[in-house]
Design a binder for this molecule. Sequence first.
Ligand code: NDP
Length: 787
Amino acid sequence: MTLIESFEKLDYSDALESSKEAQSWLDSHGRRFGQFINGKFESKSNADLIASLNPSNGDLLANIEVASASQLNKAITAARKALPAWQAMGEHGRAKVLYALARLLQKHTRIVSVLETLDNGKPIRESRDIDIPLAIRHFYHHAGWAQIQEREFSEYKAIGVVAQIVPWNFPLLMLSWKIAPAIAMGNTLVFKPAEQTPITAMFFAHLCAQAGVPDGVINIVNGAGTTGAALAAHEGIDKVAFTGSTSVGRAIRKATAGQNKKLTLELGGKSAFVVFEDADLDAAVEGLVDSIWFNQGEVCCAGSRLLVQAQIADKLHTKLKKRMQTLRQGEPLNKSVDIGSLVSQTQYQRVDELVQNGLEHGGELYQASTTQIDGNYYPPTLITEIDSSHPLAQEEIFGPVLVSIPFRTQSEAVTLANNSRYGLAASIWSENINRAMDVAPKIKAGVVWINCHNQFDASCGFGGVRESGFGREGGKEGLYEYLKPKLLKKATKPKTLKVELKDSNENIDRTLKFYIGGKQVRPDGGHSFATYNADGSLANWVGAGNRKDIRNAVSAATKASNWSNQNGHLRAQIIYFFAENLALREDEWIKRLQEICGLTKKQAKNEFHASLSRIFSYAAWADKYDGAVHDAPYRGVTMALPEAIGVLAQIAPEENPLITTISLIAPAIAMGNRVVLIASERYASIALELVQTLETSDIPAGVVNILTGNKADLAEQLAGHAEVDGIWCWAEPEIVSQVETTSATDLKRLWVHIDGDRDWLDSRQGEGNEFLRNATEVKNIWTPYGD
Ligand code: NDP
């Protein structure tokens, strides 16, 4: 054979990573694992078992015991007991433990990578070069946050005992995303890995003692969905951090309704990969490889929807097909393999079924590989000739399946990118940075990558909007998910009227109208109710809103979307003007507060001036709450931009009606939201009396809408309304619970409270960062630079 002939026949040979060390580690534990509770391993001979299999060949890796109810209780009790000592260890004490965990994982990188590949089926190249280094990076990075917690989060404290539940696609990486920030901030936890991939969590548990993690701080329980459900709903849990499917996220939202638990949900996605005609197509093709064929496409933020500008679609498809032919699929431990095995036979069947059923609705299938490999190896797949409403373009497939849809113009690209119930991530491919930076904010997603995809780092927040969930993991923004304000003190209960109510027989219609779309309008149903002054005399009649009023108000708020695109300076000017106009009515308001709320003149003056000051605060914040640039280890910048949530429904508290109404509306509109506010029932007229001032303050029609009526009914309508993006709710426990349950349908972002949870007159409790954070969602935009 000539040299040229040999060169042409060159092929990759097998470069198998040895699994010897990993197999002997499994053997040394009798290939059986129980629970890790209070720093010890617990095994029960009669436990139900789940077989953890190597998905690439079906070999048994280990039998996993399902935690019993009493073991679950024990783990939660151990976490609760460990809390005070863990917090008493202080910032430096905790930082050292996190640092030690990072160092130990680093020391064992090779065995952990192999265990991960054996358990999940992902290529060793990826577990060795991506999953495990990133997991280590999370512990290092959060060791740093633990060290500087008191300076950076001086007004916050740990939440308490956290339940953490993760899926199977990045087992150890997800573990580190969850555990590192939680313990850094002083929480303790009970963690549940996925039933398919518990092995690296068990390995990690063995490192905990060596790293000096005190008993009970980290507990790991095994089991399937029922164990996860029991853990999330357990009364001993203060917060649930869940990553997984949207359907299970929804079930957890419902199961924890009314339990006063903080919740973060990192759910599914159908992320757009948008290629403009001016993109570097070769780079885009490599980007697609890293986007949809990374981790066999079992990635929540996989760029599974390719949107390509029509004039370059054929060219891109040709290049892509050529590249697909060179992707190597096979034995995950082979270092020269690009795509490994799906996680299980069930997942293989699920992906295949989705594809086959989807193709019945049309579409052209392209799969490069024709060789059938035994096992759960799904070939890289491209489907063209479909439109955006096709089931394969809407459903999350969670496998190596890419669908491609053409678009003509930039605005059509944005519309198509947003044509999804999900909102996790997107990437934009264009050599024109002006275009990319223009499109990025318009895409409804928590993460946008420019000319790259699937970039992650511990310093950058990750998480979605819409049915991709809420909350962030990573970055400073992610740490707030494990903190709560220190200062909250119960507010003094509002006075209940003990005087005799004097019915009015007045014939004149003095009903205060709703404020919808910049106009004062009568209630649709024609019903109203009386509100009373502190002495029992009639204050005003106010409308009793119904479903149609809610619909009109939400529609007005939706139409006012331009407000979200205004710059902070302009919003600030308008909010200052509102304060100016309110100040003109000082005497009138002081009198009203005395009459309606029964305040002394001094108290009324105090509330009025605190309200004015609060408006000024948010006018000030409007152009100053402006995000960050994260320092991720790559050649580029990641901008963390706080974006308005959209249409925000607000259920106002029952106390201090003037300052609470302002404390809700002002931060929301300062950050660019449009508001539908349901006023306090007891003091309904106060919010409506503000309307005259709002009307004269240049606030565009529809930005603020105010209704009165039965809180429970109206809150329920808002929670179920598809165009409401988020809800702030101060109400009785039953209403809060109802809002949590109803909003699970489309997973609205919630900020809920039981009435009376704070002293609104205290500016540290009633205004500031906590409100601004809840009025925004952080979008991380990754922009690499250099050629
Ligand atoms: P699931 O939602 O089925 O499972 C996730 C975890 O929740 C598992 O540990 C599972 O246990 C557990 N679980 C199942 N049912 C319940 C329940 N009723 N209550 C509490 N816990 C429960 O997701 P998959 O494992 O199928 O993972 C794939 C999904 O995860 C995809 O939709 C993907 O998009 C999403 N995902 C999202 C990410 C993100 O950051 N947004 C990242 C990675 C994945 P068990 O498996 O043991 O039955």
